[in-house]
Design a protein around this ligand. Structure first.
Ligand code: NAP
Length: 260
């Protein structure tokens, strides 16, 4: 018996088999879930290729979160296939190069707006598009929305406007938890330590996180191990945390709790 037996879950943000979303999709299938993926833009064909590496090849929907038409079309496609959605993984982040590694004064609003729309507002856009299906999961078992975060309570080196976008994501997840709780929908984030993915590699100086994280983490840390993050996501997608919402679960080897 799997943790997610009978669950129907939409996993966004699967680009390569290194993506955090890929690790979640694989584990979700192993735990009994039926999974659909989404991909975006030029990465869509790569998402389709990556989908073939999962234990069961899932359908791939096209969702660029900045395109309301694609969100609506994907929701209609999924509604034709499923009568409810039990889980939604938001694994989406992007910031233009000016927003990362250049301090806070290099980026103009137009670039910051892209970072905030894709990395923060998109949680609201996704949930809004799939809200009828999420509500159809019922108020008892309830649907679970999980997003991926990088601890935004402090200012990190080089993370710059992406850090601000993650702070907005953290706040938004709490507001969504408040508004969607009465419909039985939980909204939580997993604040992950650094894992070497495409998005991570695009952050200048990301290796400086990688080099120090394992030393600072009481439990140690492996930047190649996405499975530890996936396990937390799957737990939140399961029925085992039924009264947990608006929460940020740290999966970082314990770094967030340590002062130096
Ligand atoms: P990834 O494999 O590069 O995944 C990022 C995903 O975001 C890609 O599939 C990308 O698709 C998608 N995306 C970007 N713009 C989009 C848009 N407009 N519409 C829809 N999708 C879009 O990297 P990842 O590290 O797994 O990132 C997943 C999440 O984990 C992100 O929120 C990231 O901030 C978070 N996170 C990562 C780490 C880490 O160290 N890796 C740590 C903490 C949190 P395209 O490339 O095709 O646009």
């Amino acid at each position: 018996m799997g943790l997610l037996d009978g669950k129907r879950i939409l996993v966004t943000g699967v680009l390569t088999d290194a993506s955090l979303g890929f690790a979640v999709a694989r584990l979700a299938q192993q735990e009994g879930a039926e999974v659909v993926l989404s991909g975006a833009g030029r990465g869509l064909s790569l998402t389709r290729r990556t989908a073939r590496k999962l234990p069961a090849e899932p359908e791939v929907l096209e969702i660029d979160v900045t395109e309301p038409g694609q969100l609506a079309a994907a929701a209609a496609t999924l509604a034709a296939r499923w009568d409810r959605l039990d889980g939604l993984l938001h694994a989406i982040g992007f910031a233009p190069p000016s927003c990362l590694g250049n301090g806070m004064f290099a980026a103009e609003w137009s670039d910051v707006a892209v970072a905030l729309q894709v990395s923060s507002y998109s949680l609201k856009a996704l949930v809004a598009a799939f809200r009828p299906l999420l509500e159809a999961a019922g108020a008892d078992a309830g649907a679970s929305v999980v997003g991926l975060d990088f601890d935004a309570t402090v200012a990190w080196p080089l993370y710059d406007w992406m850090g601000v976008a993650k702070a907005a994501l953290e706040s938004l997840s709490r507001y969504l938890a408040k508004e969607l709780g009465p419909a039985g929908i939980r909204v939580n984030l997993v604040a992950a330590g650094p894992v070497r993915t495409m998005a991570a590699k695009s952050i200048p100086g990301f290796s400086s996180f990688e080099d120090t994280w394992a030393d600072r983490a009481p439990l140690g840390w492996d930047v190649h191990d996405a499975d530890v993050v996936a396990r937390a996501c799957v737990a939140l997608l399961s029925d085992w945390l039924p009264k947990t919402t608006g929460e940020i679960l740290h999966v970082d080897g314990g770094v967030h709790a340590i002062g130096s």
